[in-house]
Design a protein. Sequence first.
Length: 227
Amino acid sequence: MHYLPCVKGNLFTFEKPVTLNAIEAESLLAEVKSSNGKLVVAHYRRQLPLFLKVKELVENGEIGQLRTVQLRLWQSRTPDLVTKSGGDWRTDPAVSGGGYFFDLAPHQLDLMLYFFGMPISYDGFSLIQDRDSAVADQTTGTILFNNQLVFHGSWCFNVAKENQVDRCEIVGSLGRICFSIFGNSVVIETGDGEQEFRFDHPENIQLPMIFACGRVFQRHRAKSISD
């Protein structure tokens, strides 16, 4: 945690994974809070038009009362979704903290918090199925949100290429919303039929989040000065 002194009273955007484990994350949070700093994690997907649309559909009650959320991310041992780089740092626990789950799932879980708020309770487990793997390649989790909304997540990183899945379904009393976290379309299905919304992501996919962070930092700095 050599970077802790740097966050004192400063404004930061951190790439994920922010830390290698929960203990480090709690220490970082305590340091930021104690020094009137501000830290934003670069979960940039929540500012993309596709996910703003999902949030709009949910909050406008387009599928009625929310019932359950089913998320699956099943990939091969060399996922097509990750940016290729020299060496596979994602499967080195000393660098990544926990494999592909630590790299890909934060985007998904952050969106769940963005759509549904903070959880009431949560549980899950991870395990290594492939003996040649140094990190978990199978994770299952459940989350209970407010209004009794239940989330089920399944992450598997050792399936065959033809069995790869990236799908999230939000099911309500009047229909469902289906989309891929790493895709470019949203489909809503209700008794009135099916409607698809397609989106082109910006060339610099993090740019909307960067602008949003700038606005947050400006408000935080202005409040600090006025206080």
